[in-house]
Design a protein around this ligand. Structure first.
Ligand code: FES
Ligand code: FES
Length: 189
């Protein structure tokens, strides 16, 4: 146990104390020690952005950050976006625009998009593309994602409760079934 390190970080507003080896990635500490599987591992070498979270307000590839480097940090993951059963405007916009295909890139996309809109609430098309340029989508659904971000910036999206969106009921059922093995896509679990 001597090679274990005790770290304290705030994750989605909750203080977490975890014991990790020095070489444990923040991504793994979030998924395993903190029980937050929304953040996804894809390339594990900093290329795809699937593992994007924010650390002290800045987006990072959590596969490249050591958990011990997050000691004392304020970390936000995709699980922070939906509150009390209500999707965030970004999550709703991704649904409304059909921007979610396999869903694997979506948690990272959402975190990058949220960081972009926090820093720049009215980004240009070019700024949206630049803001999401670190996130790769193997389903190539970029145009719909950019449109979703634009809709949030334009204020044309309203967050709704999951159970108040009957037109998406079939999608939700599929998402719920998928969640049994992979976790819901838009919330990233
Ligand atoms: S899994 Fe971290 S950048 Fe791809
Ligand atoms: S929706 Fe499939 S990787 Fe982006």
């Amino acid at each position: 146990m001597s090679d274990m390190h005790r770290i304290t970080m705030t994750v989605n507003g909750t203080d977490r104390i975890v014991d990790v080896p020095a070489n444990r990635a923040l991504l793994d500490a979030l998924r395993d020690e903190c029980g937050l599987p929304g953040t996804k591992e894809c390339c594990a070498v900093g290329e795809c952005g699937a593992c994007t979270v924010t650390m002290d307000g800045r987006t990072v590839n959590s596969c490249l950050v050591l958990a011990v480097e997050a000691d004392g940090a304020d970390v936000r993951t995709v699980e922070a976006l939906a509150a009390d059963g209500e999707l965030s405007p970004l999550q709703q916009a991704f649904l409304d625009h059909g921007a979610v295909q396999c869903g694997f890139c979506i948690p990272g996309m959402l975190m990058s998009a949220e960081a972009l809109l926090t820093e720049n609430p009215d980004p240009s098309e070019e700024e949206i593309r630049e803001g999401l340029s670190g996130n790769l989508c193997r389903c190539a659904g970029y145009a719909r994602m950019f449109a979703a971000v634009r809709a949030v910036a334009d204020g044309t999206v309203t967050a709704r409760r999951r159970d108040s969106v009957p037109i998406l009921a079939t999608n939700w059922e599929g998402a719920i079934a998928d969640a049994a093995t992979h976790g819901p896509k838009e919330t990233g679990r």
